[in-house]
Design a binder for this molecule. Structure first.
Ligand SMILES: Nc1nc2c(ncn2[C@@H]2O[C@H](COP(=O)(O)OP(=O)(O)OP(=O)(O)O)[C@@H](O)[C@H]2O)c(=O)[nH]1
Ligand SMILES: [Mg+2]
Length: 709
């Protein structure tokens, strides 16, 4: 395989709602380009993408898969991504290295939530985007309605280049308003016949042709002038205009296909070759130092690792894009993140699971290597001394959590290593060895994501485990001010112990004024590592306690703050003012004051209307309008508070606050009663008091635990 220079490399990523037909379309593209001589199908589990066992089991893409074709003089790298929201990390990292996104839409279903969510990423990145209407062979397909929805959601830049002549079960022809021809496919699809546009379609085709030319001309003044002069644009101008408007995310052409019947993929590749920017024509990659990194093979080498995957018998495969320069087998590059020198012992071009060794790759291309020592997804490799870093991928916040219970205690260490490895492979999975909750917690994007992780750990690492509910990191605080004193006195044999402490314990809030009736002599603010603060005042008058004992009293208070009086949870947001006490010239010491401080605090806390707080999350839920009732009803059962609603096209955006303890199965519940069309994001909001009955239950449960211990 020859190495392509960056003006002849085009990286495209197939994106879209699950089931829209991306993997099937990729298969058509490989077939049409002559890479394979038989098209695989999802049902037969023999596609070039979706090759892993877990994908065969589920019938969905779970990972992104990299493929490539030669189309005329251009190498088109195709990245097929999973549509399921749980695997959005794969979409985001693929977008990072792609030049053009191809949004596949099921014309029978119209614009779906997955389409919209992915659009948000695409639009944010301002990458060139094509739209592809698929499933046009389905009886229910409604191209015009889909185009209207797409324009409604994604703007008027969505521009029809093709429309179906006869959508539905007999679908076999599209009218192309750029080339002004009709393409008619044979029963097996493939290369279509070129026919004149039927007379009855001519007016519509001409109208859409003019709309297209106008949309092209709009993005370039000279073209606009020429268009006004001549009333049309010649082919060279059209190509130039298309290139500019597509590159600048100003025009999103819409194509028509049936991936199932292999109709239309050749035209898309032709268009990519003709009108989509090459790697060299894209805006340069940004570096963390603010500089631009032009995609130029003559510059020093820089590669960005966008994906890591364990492959049986091979170890970790690192997939990278050459952002600059040329990479050769045997090159030594440095990982900017950790200074590790990595040797490129092999370079592969990948075709799904197949690998083809090559000697070199040039800027713009996508390839893989193996056996990197300390390089993971999101790392940059560059020539020694360059020290540059490509701006890393920003992954979304996790949406679900689960704790891990390993069946065999002896597997725990192995599990730790497996989890680390999995996080390196998939940064949207994060691991929290939570000391407070005494659980290993996995944060992921959804239940499917957790299921995939379980499959991987069981099959690839041979460790059996179950998911458990995560414990909730409750907090305790108080709602009332209380004065308390405690005398600690012990006289058994030798030296005695004596300390007396008087304190005012109050609920603390930001901006709280000093206690008005105490003589404030010192103030310390202690931010707590579990959130909130402890504010500690020295208000001692007349030297009743030596200042040297104040830290011991604080220690006593802190001990209790770490092990709250109600449930043993951390205490937060309390102000303690020590204003009086007594000491003994011989028997007073640090230990005695620590104990007195602790007891005075504990007693005060119990009197001060103590409250258990729970973490509460802000949810943003997107659902089709007709499913609002179900979602709202469900939120009520979860103690959710609706904070606002917004309609967004056919979707409703609901903002709600829901306690974490009510969220453990939210992702799957929402998915099941919206048939996968509802989506949500979540973010920690605050700690809020739990209802009275729950507080009682939690206290009782803690008492039982203490009794059992
Ligand atoms: N009728 C019809 N079915 C199609 C078409 N394209 C794909 N399918 C079928 O739709 C199902 C989903 O297709 P996939 O190619 O797996 O869809 P995908 O977009 O890759 O789905 P995810 O990987 O889950 O995101 C499969 O059963 C395909 O055979 C089409 O044009 N017409
Ligand atoms: Mg797929």
């Amino acid at each position: 395989m020859k190495s392509h220079d960056s003006t002849h490399i085009k990286n495209v990523v197939l994106v879209g709602h699950s089931g829209s037909g991306k993997t099937t379309l990729a298969e058509c593209m490989l077939f049409e380009a002559g890479v394979i001589n038989r098209r695989g199908t999802i049902a037969e589990k023999n596609t070039i993408g979706d090759y892993s066992d877990i994908e065969h089991e589920r019938g969905n893409s779970i990972f992104s898969h990299i493929m490539h074709v030669d189309w005329k003089d251009t190498k088109i790298n195709i990245i097929d991504t999973p549509g399921m929201d749980d695997f959005v990390g794969e979409v985001i990292s693929s977008f990072k290295v792609a030049d053009t996104g191809i949004m596949v839409i099921n014309a029978a279903n119209g614009v779906e939530v997955g389409t919209e969510i992915i659009w948000e990423y695409a639009d944010h990145l301002k990458k060139p985007m094509l739209f592809v209407a698929n499933h046009l062979d389905e009886e229910k397909s409604d191209f015009d309605a889909m185009v209207e929805q797409a324009k409604d959601r994604f703007g008027r830049k969505v521009t029809v280049v093709q429309y179906p002549y006869n959508q539905g079960v007999d679908f076999n022809a599209v009218i192309d308003v750029l080339n002004m021809v009709m393409y008619r496919f044979g029963a097996d699809g493939g290369k279509p016949e070129k026919l004149d546009i039927p007379a009855e379609e001519m007016d519509k085709a001409k109208q859409l042709h003019n709309d297209l030319i106008e949309a092209i001309a709009e993005n370039d003044e000279t073209l606009m002038e020429r268009y006004f002069e001549k009333g049309t644009l010649d082919e060279t101008d059209m190509q130039k205009g298309l290139l500019i408007s597509i590159r600048d995310h100003e025009l999103f052409p819409m194509f028509c296909i049936s991936a199932k019947h292999n109709m239309g993929s050749g035209r898309i590749m032709g268009f990519i070759d003709y009108c989509c920017p090459s790697a060299a024509h894209m805006n340069p990659e940004k570096l963390t130092n603010g500089a631009d990194l032009p995609c130029n093979s003559s510059n020093p080498p820089v590669a960005f690792v966008f994906k890591t995957m364990s492959e049986p018998h091979l170890g970790d495969m690192s997939f990278f894009k050459v952002c600059s320069g040329k990479l050769k087998v045997g090159d030594d590059l440095v990982n900017t993140a950790n200074g590790q020198t990595e040797r490129l012992s092999q370079i592969y071009l990948v075709q799904g699971k197949k690998r083809e060794p090559v000697e070199e790759v040039l800027a713009g291309d996508i390839a893989a290597t193996v056996k990197l020592k300390k390089t993971h997804t999101n790392n940059t490799l560059s020539a020694k001394g360059q020290n540059v870093e490509v701006v890393p991928i920003h992954y979304p916040e996790p949406k679900v959590q689960a704790a891990i219970h390993v069946h065999n205690k002896g597997d725990e260490e192995k599990m730790g290593m497996a989890l680390n490895h999995i996080h390196e492979e998939d940064p949207t999975i994060t691991i929290d060895h939570n000391m407070e909750l005494k659980q290993t917690i996995i944060n992921a994007q959804g239940e499917m994501h957790l299921a995939m992780l379980k499959w991987k750990i069981e099959h690839l690492y041979g460790i059996q485990f179950d998911y458990e509910k995560t414990r909730i990191p409750y907090r305790e605080t108080i709602q009332k001010s209380v004065r308390s004193d405690y005398r600690h006195k012990k006289q058994s044999g030798g030296a005695g112990q004596f300390a007396e402490v008087h304190m005012l314990v109050e609920p603390w809030y930001e901006g709280m004024p000093d206690p008005p009736d105490l003589n404030v002599r010192g103030r310390e603010e202690h931010p707590l590592k579990w959130g909130g603060k402890l504010v500690y005042y020295n208000c001692i008058v007349g030297g009743s306690i030596d200042a040297r004992f104040l830290p011991s009293i604080l220690k006593g208070v802190m001990d209790k703050m770490e092990n709250g009086p109600l449930t043993g949870s951390y205490v937060r947001d309390v102000r303690v003012s020590v204003y009086d006490g007594k000491m003994h010239p011989v028997d007073s010491n640090d230990m005695a004051f620590k104990l007195a401080g602790m007891m005075a605090f504990r007693n005060a806390f119990r009197e001060a209307d103590p409250k258990i707080l729970e973490p509460v999350y802000d949810l943003e839920i997107m659902v089709p309008a007709d499913m609002m009732g179900d979602v709202m009803g469900d939120l009520q059962t979860r103690r959710g508070i609706v904070m606002g609603m917004d309609s967004d096209g056919h979707y409703q955006k609901i903002k709600a606050r829901v306690p974490l303890s009510e969220l453990h199965d939210y992702s799957s519940t929402l998915r099941s009663f919206t048939q996968g069309r509802g989506k949500f994001t979540r973010q920690f909001a605050e700690y809020a008091p739990v209802p009275f009955d729950l507080q009682q239950k939690l206290i009782e449960a803690h008492q039982e635990e203490l009794a059992e211990a």
